[in-house]
Design a protein around this ligand. Structure first.
Ligand code: ZN
Length: 441
C-alpha cells in the first residue's frame, strides 16, 4: 500500500475507462513520480494522503488524457489555406506545392509547437504524427512536454528532408536510435500511403516492423479513387496489396479505412489490425463514411484522429469523439451504435492499444503514467448533469477542459497553458503565413 504521493487530485467524478463500466463519484487520484499510485474515494484519500499537495477540482470529471491517433502536427500552419476540395486536388494543387517550396525543420518545429499548444488546451496529451523532419516534431513535442508517437516517414518522392525512400527510412531510424530513451516519445514506421510508397519500400518496412516491434502507421482506403487506381496499377486493392506484401498484422494502424467492403473488414480483423478513424477529415474532404460500427463489431480496435488542421481544421479530439458517436449511429442506422462509453474508449484506451502503449496510458489505473484531463462541468451549457459520460460525448467542448497533466506534470491550469509563450507561437504562425503567401501558394 503506497504511503507517499507527490500530488493528489480530487474531483466530483472520475471515469477511469478501465474497468469500462466505472463512473466513480467523489474520488481522488494519487500521483507519485509521474505515475498513478491510487484511485480511491476522497474521504479515504484524505486519510491516507492528508499532507500531500492537493488539487481540489470540485464539480469536474477526470478522464484519461485524450490520444490523437492520427495527425500531421506541423500542417497546422496550413490551416484554412485550401478548403472545399477533394483529396487529390487538395494534395496535388495546394498542399504538395506549398510543402515543396516552404517546408523545413524550422517550419515543422513552429507548426508542431502550435499544434501541441492547441491539443493540450483541448485535453489531448498524446499524438501520433506523420510528417517530414520528424526530429523537429520530436523536439517540439518535448519542448511542449507532450507525449508523442513520432512517424518514421517514408515516401518515394524527394523533399527538403530526404531524397528517396531509403534516405527517409535511414534518417528516421537514426532519429529513433538517438531518441528512443525519451520517456514521452515512441516511434512508428510511417509509410505515407499505398499510392506514394512502392512495393519494395513496403517490404522493407514490414521487415523493420517485425524486427523492432513498432507500429506501422499508414493512410489506407481513404477514397474510392485510391482503390480504383490501385486495381488499375497493381491488379488488387491497396489493402490486398499490403496483405500480399506482409504488412497486415497487429502492428498496422490503418488510417481512415473509409471504404472497406465486408471482405476487407474480415481481412483487417483476421490480422488484428487497428483503424484510426478521422471523421471530420473524411467529411471535409468528402471522402466517405467509415463503417465504424461494423469494424468494431468485427473486433477491430478503432481509435480516433483529427488528421491535420489543413483538412479538419481543428485539432479537437472531443469534437471527433462526438462526431464518431453520431456518425457511427447514422452509418449503422442504429441509435445504440457507438454509445458514449465506446466513443471515449476510442479516444483513449483504444488509441493507446494501437500505439502499443496500453501498459502506460489510455486509462486511469494504478501503475499507469498520470496523463489526465479534467473537464469542468459547472458551465451553463452542461447543466444539469445526469451523467458526466453523456456530457463528455455529447455536450462538453474543449473550452471546458480545465486542467491537463502529462506524466504527472501540470501543463494546463484553469484553461491556460503553463510556461508556454502563446503570443510567440501565434507570431511564428503569422511569419509562416506571410512566407506561404509570398511563395504564391
Ligand atoms: Zn493524414
Amino acid at each position: 500500500m503506497p504511503v507517499s504521493a507527490d500530488t493528489l487530485i480530487t474531483a466530483r467524478w472520475v471515469i477511469p475507462v478501465v474497468p469500462n463500466d466505472a463512473v466513480l463519484e467523489h474520488h481522488a487520484i494519487a500521483i507519485d513520480k509521474g505515475a498513478i499510485v491510487d484511485v480511491l474515494p476522497i474521504a479515504r484519500a484524505l486519510e491516507r494522503y492528508g499532507d500531500t499537495p492537493t488539487v481540489s477540482l470540485g464539480n469536474q470529471v477526470l478522464i484519461p488524457g485524450l490520444i490523437n491517433l492520427h495527425t500531421h502536427a506541423a500542417m497546422t500552419l496550413m490551416r484554412g489555406l485550401a478548403d472545399d476540395l477533394p483529396l487529390m486536388t487538395w494534395l496535388h494543387d495546394h498542399i504538395w506545392p506549398v510543402e515543396s517550396k516552404i517546408v523545413c525543420a524550422e517550419f515543422v518545429r513552429d507548426g508542431t509547437l502550435l499544434a501541441c499548444a492547441e491539443m493540450l488546451r483541448g485535453g489531448v496529451t498524446c499524438f501520433n504524427d506523420m510528417y517530414f523532419f520528424p526530429e523537429a516534431t520530436a523536439q517540439a513535442a518535448l519542448q511542449a512536454r507532450m507525449r508523442a508517437a513520432i512517424g518514421i516517414i517514408a515516401v518515394e518522392f524527394p523533399s527538403a528532408y530526404a531524397t528517396d525512400a531509403t534516405d527517409y527510412l535511414s534518417k528516421g531510424m537514426a532519429l529513433r536510435d538517438a531518441m528512443r530513451d525519451e520517456n514521452r516519445l515512441s516511434f512508428c514506421l510511417a509509410p505515407h500511403a499505398p499510392y506514394t510508397v512502392s512495393d519494395a519500400t513496403f517490404e522493407r518496412i514490414a521487415v523493420y516492423a517485425a524486427e523492432l516491434d513498432i507500429p506501422v502507421h499508414t493512410h489506407l482506403h481513404e477514397t474510392t479513387d485510391e482503390i480504383r487506381d490501385s486495381i488499375a496499377a497493381h491488379g488488387v486493392s491497396p489493402l490486398r496489396r499490403l496483405a500480399n506484401l506482409g504488412l497486415l498484422g497487429p502492428n498496422l494502424i490503418a488510417v481512415h479505412a473509409t471504404h472497406v467492403a465486408t471482405e476487407d473488414i474480415a481481412l483487417l480483423a483476421a490480422h488484428g489490425c487497428h483503424v484510426a478513424h478521422c471523421p471530420t477529415s473524411n467529411l471535409k474532404l468528402g471522402s466517405g463514411l467509415a463503417p465504424i460500427a461494423a469494424l468494431l463489431q468485427a473486433g477491430i480496435n478503432v481509435g480516433l484522429g483529427t488528421d491535420s488542421a489543413a483538412s479538419n481544421n481543428r485539432l479537437d479530439l472531443l469534437a471527433e469523439l462526438r462526431l464518431a458517436a453520431l456518425l457511427g449511429k447514422l452509418g449503422a442506422c442504429n441509435a445504440a451504435a457507438i454509445p458514449a462509453r465506446q466513443a471515449l474508449e476510442m479516444a483513449t484506451i483504444n488509441a493507446a492499444r494501437a500505439l502499443g502503449l496500453e501498459h502506460k496510458i489510455g486509462s486511469l489505473e494504478t501503475g499507469k503514467r498520470a496523463d489526465i484531463t479534467a473537464i469542468n462541468l459547472d458551465a451553463l451549457e452542461l447543466a444539469p448533469c445526469y451523467s458526466p459520460l453523456s456530457h463528455i460525448a455529447y455536450a462538453a467542448g474543449r473550452e471546458q477542459v480545465s486542467h491537463v497533466w502529462v506524466d504527472g506534470e501540470l501543463l494546463v491550469k484553469d484553461g491556460s497553458l503553463l510556461g508556454v509563450d502563446t503570443a510567440g507561437i501565434i507570431a511564428r504562425a503569422g511569419h509562416w503565413h506571410d512566407k506561404i503567401k509570398q511563395a504564391g501558394a
